[in-house]
Ligand binder design. Structure first.
Ligand SMILES: Nc1ncnc2c1ncn2[C@@H]1O[C@H](COP(=O)(O)OP(=O)(O)O)[C@@H](O)[C@H]1O
Ligand SMILES: [Mg+2]
Length: 399
């Protein structure tokens, strides 16, 4: 028997002959039997799944919140509520109850732009080591219209999971700008001229749990097939939006609308607090009740304060200051910031009304003249840049 025919007739792993096994898959220079394939599969699954005890630790809300604390500044209440929601979701899907139906709870995050909505969701996914994607609700359309239909999100998720269907089925989809698909009319922010209601309708099935046929993104786990069926029932959907105008809806409810004859006019109006939002408020805003019914947890986040903005600049993991310090260090320059300069940066950022996103804009503006002239600095042996409040107000190179 030649070497080659032995390869074609025997499992290269256990040596079993073709006749003694259920199936022998033969490659160019090796073969594997069905028994060994099953064994390998088990090994892989064992490696990727956490066992009992680790799981309890992993899905402990306090542990989740602690991880979030390292990346997201402030938003304490939101982090707590989100941690519990995530914990329950992953407990439910890893240990599904036998004779009890636990309803899936997707999460709705409301609050001002640039304050950490996406960051919270992304960080949670990082903690859980599950695939994560961000989809923009405004680009979604009902099936049959031009644009991405809602199932395109699942296809993106499968991609993010490297084509691994099982992994994708435990992933997290963040649907951004969900407020922009509010129904027109009752909503105070009319930004969409086609009815968002149809998109909300289209999302219902998907977020509740359905099977989608999506194109195979070419992952090594499912070779050969063009389409893969992905079940969405265990995918966690987190929808986020700024919901501009929702505060007024809440405030009107809390104060009683003072319209019409004999309406009581109160001097002390309570300001609407997003933390007190009810499903009814969201319906008034323009979300359809069926949609709200599928996002059982609502998390509200707050506008960041000046102090929190400074924290974000200096303390959070991968913060902007460390990033720029590193970049300048590559040119042999040490970058420092006086505390009054940070205060001024945060102050100006608040005025931009884009939350922490404005910090990036500000710091770029302040450091631009320096970063541009690093060669000159090197030639003149300038090895230190200390940013003062004056530099923030009027950025200019040292030379
Ligand atoms: N609470 C926060 N803690 C730390 N960084 C934040 C926080 N909020 C926003 N950021 C920063 O601002 C950027 C934009 O935040 P993001 O989460 O996308 O805001 P949005 O609420 O609009 O989704 C993030 O990439 C992050 O760097
Ligand atoms: Mg966002």
């Amino acid at each position: 028997m030649t070497d080659e025919s032995k390869i074609l007739n025997h499992c290269s792993f256990c040596g079993a002959s073709k006749e003694s096994v259920k199936k022998l898959v033969v490659g160019e220079s090796a073969a594997i039997c069905s028994g060994c394939i099953e064994l390998c599969e088990e090994l892989i699954v064992d490696d990727t799944q956490v066992d009992g005890e680790e799981e309890t630790v992993l899905y402990d809300p306090e542990a989740i919140k602690e991880f979030l604390d390292h990346h997201v500044i402030g938003q304490d209440d939101a982090k707590m509520i989100l941690s519990v929601a995530i914990s329950n979701h992953y407990k439910r899907i890893t240990k599904p109850p036998k004779d009890l139906e636990i309803q899936k709870g997707n999460v709705l995050v409301v609050g001002p732009t640039g304050s950490g909505k996406t960051l919270l969701a992304r960080t949670a996914a990082k903690y859980l080591k599950v695939p994560f994607i961000v989809a923009d609700a405004t680009s979604l359309t009902e099936a049959g219209y031009v644009g991405d239909d809602v199932e395109s999100m699942i296809s993106m998720l499968l991609n993010a999971a490297g084509g691994d269907k099982e992994l994708a089925e435990r992933g997290i989809v963040f649907i951004d700008e969900i407020d922009k698909i509010a129904r027109k009319g009752e909503s105070t922010s009319i930004t969409r001229d086609v009815s968002g209601e149809g998109v909300q309708q289209a999302l219902l099935k998907l977020v509740e749990g359905t099977t989608c046929r999506v194109p195979n993104s070419g992952g090594r786990k499912h070779p050969g097939s063009d389409m893969i069926e992905v079940n969405t029932k265990n995918i966690l959907f987190i929808a986020g939006g700024a919901f501009v105008g929702l505060k007024d809806v809440i405030s009107n409810r809390m104060n009683g609308t003072s319209i019409g004859f004999g309406a009581e006019i109160k001097d002390t109006k309570v300001e609407g607090d997003l933390g007190k939002v009810t499903p009814d408020d969201l319906t008034k805003f323009g979300m359809i009740p069926e949609f709200i019914g599928r996002f059982t947890t609502t998390v509200s986040i707050k506008e960041l304060t000046k102090k929190q903005l400074i924290h974000i600049l200096t303390d959070v993991k991968n913060n902007y200051i460390s990033q720029y310090k590193y970049l300048l260090k590559l040119d042999g320059i040490e970058l420092t910031f006086g505390s009054d300069s940070l205060d001024e940066i945060a102050e100006r950022t608040l005025k931009l009304k884009t939350g922490a996103r404005g910090l990036h804009t500000e710091i770029e503006r302040v450091l631009m003249p320096h970063m541009f002239h690093t060669r000159k600095y090197r030639e003149n042996e300038i090895k230190q840049i200390n940013i003062t409040r004056e530099d923030v107000l009027n950025p200019k190179p040292l030379l």
